[in-house]
Design a protein around this ligand. Structure first.
Ligand code: SF4
Length: 686
C-alpha cells in the first residue's frame, strides 16, 4: 500500500523522503508579532506528523507584492526573523522547508501590509473582480525591479536557512498575470505575443537561479490551466514549462484556476484528483522536449494519500502537493504510512476556517481540527499528574471535540447523547450531495474516542436520574446543541408544515413541490438535498466534461454545472425575508452552491414578507408589494434554532462546574467552525 508515495525523490540537490509535499498555505500567522512562535509550532507539528518537504505560505518579495494585511514582506526584519525561527524549528524536528516567493500583482487585497494606498501593480490595468481593484500597469523599470526583488528574496531564503525556494507563478498572481492575454495587454518587451508574455516568468526564474548556489533547489509553481476566458493558452503553458526547465527549474508544481475562475477548483463539489490531468500534461510536454528528469508536482483537491498514490502510480507525475489536508490532520502522512489511515481527520473541503479566513486577517485554522494555527496555545497531548473525570453531554461536533480533547489531555471522559447517533446537525449535512465527506468526520471521531477508551452512551438523555453520576465528576462540557425555532406564523401548525430536522431525516416523504422558509446555510443545504436527490458523485472525467474541459487544458470553461443534475425531480423554493440567500456560507463556496441550486431549478426569493401558510402553500408579499402564493405540498421551516440548555438546572443542582460549547452556547449563528473551536476551548478551560 502507498508504495508510490513512500519513495524518496530528488529535487535539485535535495532528497525529499517521500512524494507528498505540504503545499503553500497563507496562515495569517506570518505577521502575528510573536517572533514566529506560532508559525514554528504549526510547522513543527506537521514535520512530526510525517511531512517531508513543507512549502511556506507566500512571502512577498517587496511591499507592492503583499497579498493582504496578514502577508509578510521579505524586506521586513521582523518577518525575516519569524521565518528563520520557523526554518530552524522544522530542521530541529527533522524536516525540510522551502520558502515561497510571492507577488500578488492585481490580487493584492485592500489593506495589504506593504500597500501605500496606491493601486496594486500588474502587467496591465485590468480590473480584478477578486480584489475589486483596477491596478496600475507596471513600467519597464518596475518590472525589472520586481525581477530583482525575486532574486533578493531567494538570497534571503538561502541565508535564513531554508532548504529551497518555490516561485509562485500560478493561481492568477503577478507572474501568471504576465502569461495570460486576459491580464497582459502590453505591447512591449513584456507582452504582445507568446514569447514576450512568458519573458517575465523566465526572467524571474533565471534571476532566482542565479541568486542561490548551484544545487539549491528552485521550484516554480506554474498554472496548468487558468480557467478564465482569455487565460494562458495550452500551447503557451507547455512552452512555458519547457522554458522554465531550460532556465534551470528543479521542479514544476502545477496549480489550476484563478480566484476569478467560473469553475470551482478546491470546493467539495470537485471530485478528488480532478486536476492531476494538467500536471500530467505538463510532464508529457517536458518529456517531449527532453526534460523528463524535471519532477512535476500535481496539486489541488487531494485529501488522502491513497489518491496521491494512485496518481503517482500513473507515472506522469512525480510528487503530489497537499495543503489543507495538513491543516485537518498534521499527522496525515504518518497515520497513512502506519496503516491507521482510518483515523485520519479528512479535510472536507469546506474552506470555512482556511481559505475564507486567508482573505482577511483572522488566524487560519480548520473546522475539523480547531488546534490548527493554535498549536502553541493548546497542547496536543498531555499526561497530567492528576487524572480528572469529566462528562460531556451531547455528541454533536462541539461535544465530540471536547471529549477527544479531554481524553488526549489524559483525563477520563464519558459522553452522553440523547439521540441514537452521534454527529448532531453535522450528521444532517452529510446527507447533502457533495458533502458525504462530512460523515467521515463523525466516523473518525467515533473511532478516535473508542481508541481513547471514551464510552459514548447513545440514546441517553441526561436527567434527574443522573444527578449522582454528575456529582461524581470534576466537570461537565455541555454541548446539547439546538432545536429548530418555530416562527409565529399563521398556518404554522398545519400538517404539511415541518421543521428542517424532520425534512433532513426523511426527504423522500416530501411532495414534488417544497417551499423552504428561511435562507441560511441549513435552508440551502436542504434545498440541495431535496432538489438534487441522491446525486452520484461525479468522477474527475465527468466533472471536467461537465465544464467542457476535456479537450485541452486551458479550454474556455463553461460557467455553471454542465452535467444534468441527477434526481432533480422536485420544485423547491427557498425564501428569505431579508439578506442574501446563503449569506453565512464563506465567499469561496457560496457562489458554487448557489450555482448548483440554480442549475437544479431551485427558486431563490429574497425580501419577501410572509402573510401565512395555507393548505396550498405559502402566501408571500414580494418586494414589489404584490401578494402571491408559493404553491407547495410541504412547507419546511428553516428559520433558525434555539439553544438546548435543559440540563443546566440539573448541573447547578449537582454543584458541578461546567462549560457550554457549540449551539447550546449560542444558536443564533450556528456554525460548525465555531462549534469545534468552542469544544476545544471548553475542554481546556474546564
Ligand atoms: Fe479542509 Fe475545511 Fe479544514 Fe479548510 S477548514 S482544511 S477546507 S476541513
Amino acid at each position: 500500500m502507498l508504495d508510490h508515495v513512500f519513495r524518496p525523490c530528488a529535487i535539485g540537490g535535495l532528497t525529499v523522503p517521500h512524494r507528498v509535499v505540504m503545499g503553500a498555505m497563507h496562515l495569517n500567522l506570518e505577521t502575528l508579532g510573536d517572533g514566529g512562535a506560532a508559525l514554528a509550532a504549526f510547522y513543527t507539528e506537521r514535520v512530526r506528523g510525517g511531512a517531508g518537504l513543507i512549502v511556506t505560505g507566500g512571502s512577498a518579495v517587496n511591499a507592492a507584492g503583499s497579498g493582504g494585511p496578514g502577508y509578510g514582506v521579505l524586506d521586513d526584519v521582523d518577518h525575516r526573523a519569524a521565518l528563520a525561527r520557523a526554518a530552524r524549528a522544522v530542521h530541529d524536528a527533522g524536516g525540510l522547508i522551502a520558502l515561497q516567493l510571492f507577488h500578488a500583482g492585481r490580487y493584492a487585497l485592500p489593506g495589504a501590509s506593504g500597500a501605500d494606498g496606491a493601486p496594486p501593480l500588474a502587467p496591465s490595468a485590468v480590473y480584478s473582480r477578486f480584489s475589486r481593484t483596477a491596478p496600475r500597469a507596471m513600467t519597464g523599470r518596475q518590472i525589472t525591479e520586481t525581477v530583482a526583488a525575486f532574486a533578493r528574496g531567494a538570497t534571503a531564503a538561502y541565508e535564513l536557512g531554508f532548504d529551497a525556494v518555490e516561485v509562485m507563478g500560478s493561481e492568477g498572481y503577478l507572474i501568471n498575470q504576465f502569461t495570460a492575454p486576459l491580464t497582459n495587454r502590453r505591447d512591449d518587451a513584456w507582452g504582445g505575443d507568446a514569447g514576450r508574455r512568458r519573458r517575465f516568468p523566465v526572467e524571474v526564474l533565471r534571476a532566482v537561479r542565479a541568486a542561490v548556489p548551484p544545487g539549491f533547489p528552485v521550484l516554480f509553481r506554474m498554472s496548468g490551466a487558468d480557467l478564465v476566458d482569455d487565460g494562458t493558452p495550452w500551447e503557451e503553458t507547455a512552452a512555458l514549462a519547457v522554458a522554465l526547465a531550460t532556465a534551470g527549474a528543479d521542479a514544476l508544481a502545477v496549480g489550476v484556476g484563478w480566484h476569478e475562475s467560473p469553475v470551482p477548483t478546491v470546493q467539495a463539489q470537485v471530485p478528488a484528483g480532478t486536476w492531476a490531468v494538467y500536471a500530467q500534461r505538463v510532464k508529457r510536454a517536458l518529456r517531449a522536449a527532453g526534460h523528463e528528469a524535471v519532477p512535476v508536482i500535481a496539486s489541488n483537491r487531494f485529501n488522502q494519500l491513497a489518491q496521491a498514490d494512485e496518481v503517482l502510480a500513473g507515472g506522469d507525475v512525480d510528487l503530489v502537493a497537499m495543503a489543507r489536508p495538513f491543516l485537518a490532520d498534521p499527522a496525515i502522512v504518518e497515520k497513512s504510512r502506519t496503516g491507521s489511515d482510518l483515523s485520519v481527520d479528512l479535510c472536507i473541503a469546506c474552506n470555512e476556517a482556511c481559505i475564507d479566513r486567508s482573505f482577511g486577517t483572522e488566524r487560519v485554522s480548520c473546522l475539523v481540527n480547531p488546534r490548527a494555527g493554535y498549536e502553541s496555545v493548546f497542547p496536543g497531548r498531555r499526561f497530567p499528574a492528576c487524572r480528572n473525570r469529566y462528562a460531556v453531554i451531547g455528541a454533536g461536533l462541539a461535544g465530540l471535540e471536547a471529549a477527544r480533547t479531554l481524553a488526549r489531555l489524559g483525563h477520563e471522559v464519558e459522553v452522553y447523547e440523547a439521540a441514537g447517533e452521534p454527529g448532531g446537525q453535522f450528521r444532517l449535512a452529510a446527507r447533502v450531495p457533495g458533502k458525504a465527506a462530512f460523515g467521515a468526520t463523525v466516523r473518525q471521531r467515533v473511532r478516535e474516542l473508542a481508541a481513547l477508551d471514551v464510552p459514548v452512551h447513545l440514546g441517553h438523555r441526561v436527567g434527574v436520574r443522573d444527578v449522582q453520576r454528575l456529582r461524581a465528576v470534576d466537570g461537565v462540557v455541555l454541548a446539547t446543541g439546538v432545536r429548530p425555532h418555530r416562527p409565529n406564523l399563521p398556518g404554522v401548525d398545519l400538517p404539511h408544515v415541518l421543521d428542517y430536522a424532520r425534512a433532513f431525516a426523511a426527504p423522500e416523504a416530501l411532495g414534488p413541490r417544497v417551499a423552504v422558509i428561511g435562507g441560511g446555510g441549513i435552508a440551502v443545504d436542504l434545498a440541495h438535498l431535496l432538489a438534487g436527490g441522491a446525486s452520484p458523485a461525479l468522477t474527475p472525467e465527468e466533472f471536467l466534461a461537465s465544464r467542457a474541459l476535456t479537450a485541452l487544458p486551458g479550454a474556455v470553461p463553461v460557467s455553471g454545472p454542465g452535467a444534468a443534475p441527477a434526481g432533480g425531480h422536485r420544485r423547491v423554493t427557498v425564501m428569505r425575508r431579508g439578506g442574501r440567500i446563503g449569506a453565512g456560507i464563506g465567499p469561496s463556496t457560496r457562489w458554487v452552491v448557489l450555482e448548483e441550486l440554480r442549475a437544479r431549478g431551485v427558486r431563490l426569493l429574497t425580501d419577501v414578507g410572509y402573510e401565512g401558510i395555507t393548505r396550498e402553500g405559502v402566501v408571500v408579499i414580494g418586494a414589489d408589494g404584490e401578494r402571491r402564493l408559493v404553491a407547495a405540498d410541504h412547507v419546511v421551516l428553516a428559520t433558525g434554532q434555539l439553544s438546548r440548555r435543559e440540563v443546566v438546572p440539573l448541573l447547578r443542582q449537582a454543584g458541578v462546574p461546567f462549560e457550554i460549547a457549540g449551539g447550546a452556547d449560542d444558536a443564533r449563528a450556528l456554525n460548525a467552525v465555531r462549534a469545534t473551536a468552542q469544544g476545544l476551548r471548553a475542554a481546556h478551560r474546564i
